[in-house]
Design a binder for this molecule. Structure first.
Ligand code: ARG
Length: 289
């Protein structure tokens, strides 16, 4: 201990003497330019690191948010938010968060924002704020290849699997009634689809992108999809705690930038292999009809 202190003292003293000698000889570096003088000397404590925003996502929703073989959270949502954060000038860290607790986690401040293929709905808007929409979606029915189901109404009395608290749950609850015992609610959409494969339900209703991805990647399940015009169009948004206008502003700024500079289109193409559909402008097209 004492020896170390001595050594440290000697080191410092040597440096000091060397500095004085150099100064006396007029050989020191020229004084830094005024601009540099203003910045903190190397020995000062580093500035506080920028805040890293915690992102909640239910990573069981390929191809939007899911875990790869290494357990990393990946998918369109991750690529998109990383790009948005870069353009918006903030930092993010993803935390896998079960869907059922995801909105509470935001409300309680355990997560700063959510990107989880969340449909913007009027009901949700009462308890959280949403970014501008970043993805168009709709509900899609998955059934066995041999099924006779051809439209949503056919599901009225059948056993239907949904992910609890999703818009799929909402539409099926509306069709069958709140007290229906034939709605089977699951913690995740893949679990509902597994149950369809096992024959425990007659159909699953969930977001089109996830259903299509699952059917394409699980040919052994022998599923087909059934679409129905009765389903209302949905749009995904990034959610922040109600009133967090500062973060929302940075998100929307980043989102606009990635949409404008082709980054969004590149991420879409990486995920789906096709160009994104032409920017939907529902309000404008409705007005022109
Ligand atoms: N879009 C649907 C909704 O907002 C389902 C989203 C589920 N997302 C997820 N990562 N599990 O209700």
């Amino acid at each position: 201990m004492a020896q170390q202190d001595t050594r440290r003292f000697l080191k410092a003293a040597t440096a000091l003497v060397a500095g004085l000698v150099l100064a006396a000889c007029g050989k020191q570096e020229p004084p830094p330019a005024p601009a540099e003088t203003a910045s903190a000397p190397a020995s000062a404590p580093a500035p506080a690191p920028a805040k890293v925003y915690t992102v909640g996502t239910d990573a069981a929703y390929a191809p939007f948010e899911f875990q790869n073989e290494k357990g990393e959270i990946v998918g369109l949502s991750v690529d998109l938010l990383n790009a948005v954060a870069e353009k918006g000038g903030f930092q993010v860290k993803f935390v896998n968060t079960p869907w059922e607790g995801i909105f509470n986690a935001l409300g309680q401040g355990d997560r700063d924002l959510l990107i989880s293929s969340i449909t913007i709905t009027d009901e949700r808007k009462q308890t959280m704020d949403f970014s501008d929409p970043y993805f168009d979606a709709f509900q899609l029915i998955a059934v066995k290849e041999s099924s006779k189901i051809s439209k949503f109404d056919d599901l009225k009395k059948l056993k239907v699997g949904v992910q609890t608290g999703t818009t799929g749950d909402e539409v099926v609850t509306k069709l069958q009634g709140k007290t229906a015992t034939t709605i089977k609610r699951f913690e995740s959409t893949p679990l509902a689809l597994k149950e369809l494969e096992a024959g425990g339900v007659d159909a699953v209703v969930a977001d089109n992108g996830v259903v299509i991805h699952y059917v394409a990647n699980n040919p052994g399940a022998k599923f087909k999809t059934v679409s129905d015009k009765a389903f209302a169009p949905e749009q995904y948004g990034i959610a922040v705690k109600k009133g967090n206008t500062e973060l929302l502003g940075m998100i929307n700024k980043g989102l606009a930038a990635v949409k404008a500079d082709g980054t969004y289109a590149a991420i879409y193409k990486k995920t789906f292999g096709t160009e994104p559909p032409a920017a939907a402008a529902p309000a404008a097209s409705a007005a022109s009809n």
